[in-house]
Design a protein around this ligand. Sequence first.
Ligand code: GDP
Ligand code: IMO
Ligand code: MG
Length: 426
Amino acid sequence: MSKTVLIGSQWGDEGKGKIIDVLTANVDWVVRYQGGNNAGHTVEIGDQKYVLHLTPSGILREDCKCVIGNGLVVDIIGLVEELSELVERGIKLDDRLFISDRAHMVLQYHKELDGAKEGNRGEGEKIGTTKRGIGPAYIDKADRIGLRLGDILEDDFLEMVRTQAEAKNKVLAGMGAKEVDIEKLQDQVKEAADYLRPFICDTIPLLHEAVQNDDEILFEGAQGVMLDVDFGTYPFVTSSSTGAGGAPAGSGIPPNAIDRVVGIVKAYTTRVGGGPFPTELHDEMGAHIAKVGNEFGATTGRPRRCGWFDGVVARYSAMVGGINEWALMKLDVLDAVETIRVCVAYECDGERLTTVPASIRKLERCKPVYEDFKGWNTPTTGCTSWDELPDQAQKYVQYLEKLTGVKVSILSVGPKRSSTLLLGKS
Ligand code: GDP
Ligand code: IMO
Ligand code: MG
């Protein structure tokens, strides 16, 4: 049985939730390993739509067990809201949801700090964070002062919260930002802690046993490689390791247990928040893609910036992510586009670049080199096999495979489970 990591390979929102759900039909475990509720993973089943932020998308399949791994930063109040809503909608959690006692906590003061830091950044410097407290919580983790989910099990947990909140209030006051009401925070935290206590455990032996049993395990990446704190467009990134390398670090699974990495890519590119985006479209075509693709953030509702497929980004993600195969998403969004452009390289300071430079100043100077591609001008959402796809759509997929050196094993032509073509492994 395979141990598969699924990672976003652009700037997030590629359709990870949908693919996890499709693949979870025959899977024993789904594991989240990094990020927090900055993620918004959409799953559409029949007329039901779910947006999951912290809960692994496998929760929607009854036989699947789900792990929130040690690498996450967990907004405990946000998680309780999310879980309560799932329970209201008929999802069972008992004996299926396991939350690592090593995962770190996001509390109200992290969110206030996130907002205050963004507010203090000048024009052009704003990261456009989701304001979910992700950066400040990872700072506390690296600073070795963070509270972890396992602390909920300690008698003096609420005192720990007070000590942390008092220290953070001083920082907030120094920034001229709103301080946290500590009594109120303690009350809210107590309620959340009571709800979550039964789910908190040491998930590492659990996952090791799953590996020993040769269970089928999916690792659900959040964000995307271009938002990775090391490999992305730093500093316009999130604060975790979003690539496949994050999976062992954020779950405790041995690195050599992983045998498959699926990169999720859209047939075009989107980005939400600030930072360079070489193939971004500021014209009617960008607006067309945004409208047809319904490109609005699943977490913040912000409009996503849209642009053409960037082959440099995809090749780079495949390289650092160790991607064996693509899940190519939202091909249907290009159905009515007459001429589709694909970026094959960048031109920068008189040089041709085929990989993403570290410096965002340089990346901002990069001009995409495009190849043009005739569109298919036919709806694809009803297609259920490769042979039913219009000729030009097949050619586009094959073209992207050749450009990136990675085969497409899954092709998505609509948001529903049924609009998915499994093309076989590379
Ligand atoms: P994630 O964060 O990677 O899970 O992606 P999001 O859920 O934030 O955004 C993907 C959006 O595209 C969601 O609204 C999905 O329902 C939708 N979606 C996924 N696959 C397809 C597809 O093949 N075609 C279309 N039209 N929509 C899709
Ligand atoms: P999923 O998992 C798209 C972006 C934010 C911002 C930057 C830093 O749904 O693909 P943060 O709040 O993490 O400090 O923000 O990262 N960002 C995402 N963009 N999809 C996401 O998650 C994202 N999570 C964070 O917009 O630019
Ligand atoms: Mg999303």
